[in-house]
Write a protein that binds this ligand. Structure first.
Ligand SMILES: [Cu+2]
Length: 474
């Protein structure tokens, strides 16, 4: 049975963020100093929405941090929230003690407490930071982007950071954790989420949401993205929803995807739409060829779908009705790992010191356990590696929901999907493993700092209900 899902999130402050490149002066400084303070925020992104959020530095999402590759980051974390928390630096390869996994790599930071995070920024790309404590901090609003500049990237004429997020109905959290959620599904018509459902499966989702947002606002209150004819525009997009995949389209344009989870792809891929799993990031580009106004939208099938949009427009077109898109995905050319990576005619080279098969299951309606090889964290079997080992992990998803699987402290290659080896392995830190029997294989080298690195489903409900293990350097 498919578990119920539907979620809603309130908003805070910042709108579409035009990004200036890091100044030469800032990049030349050996140290980037930040203070992140988590505190309660009443988030009001749309009329009638008032959400008791948590936020970093008074904004939801938190501030965009921008650093040079290799720059030393000193981030003082101050927890002024009423609950224990920690900060995870998602996509960074850093000392294990700085990874921010509360209870694993550091103690929880108690209310009123502080913690000093200190590490060298890298690898370059669109990364993010978010709460990794036991108290739903990320779902409540503790997240933001951190961009590690890559001086070898092609230059953009304009660049925008776009965080897609939502206001959760927190009363749906406990039922979701207990496996009895009844939230509506919001996946668009024609999407794999709908097409892959087993006949007779329960139509429902886990968390319900009361507003859809981009950068802290709901349309029409979102900020315009001003562009000029002739510009080559870069979008850095994050899906910060705790449970749902999002589809993103720009009216009148195709999108050229160059980076997946911040990592440059071997070959760019042009598509009509992005499909962005929980915690994934894509860098997508488009060229402005004529004056106009267009809607950049998160596509979902609920009555609030129109809220997750910003207008992209050229000078003088601010009042023009923006060109939008259909809200169905039928026949739409959207981003997939297979299209990005291509299918190889040769089988996967399975030479590796460590090989693991992980079966993802559980979550039967009415239960509160999501499992890896039949166990819930902390009872899951750990993956022990030695420095320099090549590691191959193959997931088989026996449940009826996709699982956005994440590995801390490493970049892996997706090398095989549903038994088909990929031609150009896709470097990522997240991967959606398809529901109802889907398989997906990671390959990575154990070259990160020693320690305990969490491997888990990034769906907040699945993670809290046990779909987690560790890669441990022995
Ligand atoms: Cu999951």
């Amino acid at each position: 049975m498919r578990r119920g899902r539907f979620l809603q999130i309130g908003v805070g402050g910042v709108s579409a963020l035009a990004l200036a490149p890091l100044s030469a002066r800032a990049a030349a400084s050996p140290v980037a100093d930040y203070t992140l303070t988590a505190a309660p925020l009443t988030f009001a992104p749309a009329p009638g929405i008032s959400f008791a959020a948590l936020a970093y530095n008074g904004t939801l999402p938190g501030p965009v941090l921008r650093v040079a590759n290799g720059q030393h980051i000193r981030a003082k974390y101050i927890n002024n929230a009423a609950v224990a928390s920690s900060v995870h630096w998602h996509g960074m390869i850093l000392p294990n003690a700085m990874d921010g996994a509360a209870g694993v790599t550091q103690p929880e930071v108690p209310p009123g407490g502080t913690f000093q995070y200190e590490f060298d920024a890298g690898p370059p790309g669109t990364r993010w930071y978010h709460d990794h404590g036991p108290n739903m901090g990320m779902t409540l609003g503790l997240f933001g982007l951190i961009i590690v500049e890559d001086p070898t990237d092609e230059p953009a004429d304009a660049e925008f950071a776009l965080v897609f997020h939502d206001v959760p109905r927190m009363e749906t959290y406990a039922p979701a954790m207990q496996g009895v959620g009844k939230a509506p599904m919001v996946d668009p018509h024609g999407s794999p989420e709908i097409l892959q459902m087993a006949p007779g499966a329960k139509m429902g989702d886990e968390l319900a949401f009361s507003a859809h947002c981009i950068n802290g606002s709901s349309y029409p209150n979102t900020t315009l993205l001003k562009v000029k004819v002739g510009q080559n525009v870069r979008l850095r997009i994050l899906n910060a929803n705790p449970t749902q995949t999002r589809y993103v389209r720009l009216g009148g344009h195709r999108l050229r995807v160059t980076h997946a989870d911040g990592n440059r792809m071997a070959q760019a891929l042009e598509v009509d739409a992005l499909r962005i799993g929980v915690a994934e990031r894509y860098d997508a580009w488009f060229t402005v060829t004529a004056p106009g106004a267009w809607l950049l939208q998160g596509i979902s099938s609920d009555g609030l779908a129109f809220e997750q949009a910003v207008v992209v427009c050229t000078d003088g077109m601010e009042q023009a009705p923006p060109l939008g898109n259909s809200e169905a995905m039928d026949g739409i050319d959207f981003f997939t790992y297979e299209k990005a990576a291509g299918i190889s005619t040769s089988p996967l080279d399975r030479t590796a010191q460590v090989q693991k098969q992980l079966v993802l299951d559980g979550g039967v309606y009415g239960s509160a356990a999501w499992t890896i090889n039949g166990q819930s964290y902390p009872n899951t079997e750990k993956i022990t590696v030695k420095r320099g080992d090549r590691v191959i992990v193959t997931f088989t998803n026996k449940s009826d929901m996709d699982h956005p699987m994440h590995l801390h402290g490493h970049t892996f290659d997706i090398v095989e999907i549903d038994g088909k080896a990929l031609l150009r392995p896709l470097a990522k830190d997240m991967s959606l493993v398809r529901a109802n029997g889907g398989t997906l294989t990671w390959r990575f080298d154990a070259t990160s700092p020693a320690g305990r690195w969490l491997l888990h489903c990034h769906n907040d409900i699945h993670m809290m209900d046990g779909m987690m293990t560790e890669v441990v350097y022995g």
